[in-house]
Design a protein around this ligand. Structure first.
Ligand SMILES: *Cc1c(COP(=O)(O)O)cnc(C)c1O
Length: 228
């Protein structure tokens, strides 16, 4: 295993440098360490190195890790994967953020199942910005309707948008997301977050206004799905 603490400090160094170059006006960019498929020990290693924001893709895995790491009370879990209705409760009970809302029904279930003592669940709407037939997310033209409906739900707080561009489409997609985000903020001033950029393309995402980047491989090394 490579050294997670070193990878983290390198990632923060690169992120700060890029923010300085872009003069992002001290706007804080959140680095979410995507720990999906990685063991609890890897999350703990990153936690001990100071990392607090973690991303998970599978509800069951999120719930198990959150329970095993319940002593680390200041961990902030971000659910970033596809979400089926029968798994919403796990996410409502264990995460602080959900990046992948693309159906009203899922948002409604999360709102109903969110335990009151945890406060509002912060949500981002996922946009299928490269218009890929088999991919998650709504099309840009569906945003006004979904945003209006989600913004009404109790126990949820609409915080912004998320996207995963198709390979080769990053720059156009990031630029389009920046425009959509600005449009959304005209109606929902608190929806300022823009979750885009992964290990391979985060510097480009930052130039188009990303406020949250999601790094898996760059922090934890390559994933081995065969071991799951
Ligand atoms: C796995 C995943 C990431 C991390 O990808 P890397 O290329 O390993 O950085 C980010 N976002 C989402 C939605 C993911 O599923």
């Amino acid at each position: 295993m490579n050294n997670i603490a070193e990878q983290l400090s390198l990632a923060y160094y690169n992120l700060n440098e890029k923010c300085n170059v872009l003069a992002t006006d001290n706007k804080v960019v959140a680095l979410i360490a995507v720990s999906k498929t990685k063991p609890v020990a890897a999350v703990l290693e990153a936690y001990r190195a100071g990392q607090r924001l973690f991303g998970e893709n599978y509800p069951q895995e999120l719930a198990e890790k959150a329970q095993q790491l319940s002593d680390c009370q200041d961990i902030c879990w971000h659910f970033i994967g596809p979400l089926q209705s029968n798994k919403t409760r796990l996410v409502a009970e264990h995460s602080s953020w959900v990046h992948s809302i693309d159906r009203l029904k899922i948002a409604q279930r999360l709102a109903e199942q969110r335990p009151a003592h945890l406060g509002k669940l912060k949500v981002l709407l996922q946009i299928n910005i490269s218009n890929e037939p088999t991919k998650a997310g709504i099309l840009p033209q569906q945003l006004p309707e979904l945003a209006a409906a989600v913004a009404q739900l109790p126990q949820l707080e609409l915080k912004g948008l998320m996207a995963i561009p198709a390979p080769g489409d990053s720059e156009r997609a990031f630029a389009a997301m920046q425009q959509l985000s600005l449009q959304l903020q005209q109606h929902y001033p608190q929806a300022t977050e823009l979750s885009m950029g992964m290990s391979d393309d985060w510097p480009l995402a930052l130039t188009y206004g990303a406020t949250m980047i999601r790094l898996g491989t760059a922090i934890f090394g390559a994933r081995d799905y065969k071991q799951e």
